[in-house]
Design a protein around this ligand. Structure first.
Ligand code: AHR
Length: 324
């Protein structure tokens, strides 16, 4: 809270000395007793992302003693950098960053560090020159997710010849990097698996559909779609159905996230295997902040537990008990 008053004093000095006011408000009496958190969110590209935003809003609520300032970067790193600078200028107590890509954060995080604002990274990782630039990270092991997906393919098809279409997420994001590494590793080990197409669908349903429609229009033949998230898989499924193909029978679909809608499709046999990516980081971030407020030290890196689902393991009971 002291930081907020410091920012207010600086702003008053600025007005007195230069006769100019800063662009953004620096303190507001209504929120005096609250912990102010600036959250730079990637965007709203997927069901996963929306569940993640909701989870943060529910945990860091006014009822729980927080004022959450949410900034949606529309999948653009420049927007995230601007948002973080605004948070610093506003004198927030904590910055939470869900990074678009891994690279390119050193300068802005050094600015947050100089301002004495703890930075908590969630979901994807960053590549930092110096890891003292952030307080801690919590998220998924994306490489493990990729390895689990190809392990299922290996079990299902063994050494059969396979033609694989690969829909990638945003290039340079940890989710894309880890899931792509998993597939690349398996492709190197299975010469009879052929990668017939690879491109980014930006983690969106519209782009997933567009890419698969274009492939079908070119008459490209394939047996498997390895889609780096559920939303691109939904788009791919729509494209297949429009072309008269049966997802799950004519084409095997592997996906990531395991959101509610996708698990319904696993039950229906249209998605063959879905690797969970857990978006419910709100309560985890809340626990980290509470620990820091109490003078504690949270672990630097925390990987969340995740499961996998196929027709043999999914049940209505599992579906009903899930929060996303
Ligand atoms: O970083 C997590 C990924 O980002 C999820 O798999 C995807 O759906 C989201 O947009």
């Amino acid at each position: 809270m002291t930081r907020k008053y410091l920012a207010l004093v600086c702003a008053l000095l600025l007005v007195l000395l230069c006769g100019c006011a800063p662009a953004a408000p620096v303190a507001d009496d209504t929120y005096d007793d609250m912990i102010v958190v600036g959250f730079s969110q990637v965007g709203a590209e997927s069901d996963w992302r929306n569940a993640n935003t909701r989870s943060m809003q529910q945990a860091l609520s006014e009822q729980n003693g927080y004022r959450l300032i949410l900034d949606d970067a529309q999948q653009k790193q420049e927007k995230q950098i601007t948002a973080i600078r605004n948070f610093i200028h506003q004198g927030v107590d904590y910055i939470v960053l869900a990074p678009t890509t891994e690279k390119g954060w050193d300068t802005v995080l050094a600015e947050a560090k100089s301002a004495g604002i703890p930075v908590i990274i969630v979901d994807r990782m960053i590549e930092a020159e110096d890891d003292s630039m952030f307080t801690c990270w919590i998220g998924s092991d994306f490489r493990k997710e990729g390895d689990e997906a190809v392990a299922w393919l290996e079990k299902r098809f063994g050494d059969e010849a396979l033609r694989i279409v690969h829909l990638q997420g945003n290039i340079g994001s940890s989710a894309q990097i880890g899931r792509t590494e998993g597939l690349d590793h398996a492709l190197a080990e299975h010469p009879q698996w052929e990668l017939v197409y690879r491109d980014t669908g930006d983690f969106t349903q519209a782009k997933g559909q567009e890419l698969v429609e274009a492939l079908l229009a070119r008459n490209v033949q394939f047996d498997v779609i390895y889609s780096e998230n559920d939303n691109m898989a939904y788009g791919a499924i729509d494209a297949l159905k429009k072309a008269g193909l049966q997802p799950g029978k004519d084409v095997t679909i592997i996906s990531f996230d395991a959101s509610h809608r996708a698990l319904e499709l696993v039950m229906a046999g249209e998605i063959s295997f879905d690797v969970e990516c857990n978006p419910l980081h709100g309560p985890r971030v809340q626990a980290i902040i509470e620990k820091l407020e109490a003078g504690g030290k949270p672990p630097k890196l925390t990987y969340v537990e995740e499961s996998t689902f196929d027709a043999a393991t999914i049940t209505r009971e599992i579906m009903d008990g899930r929060g996303y």
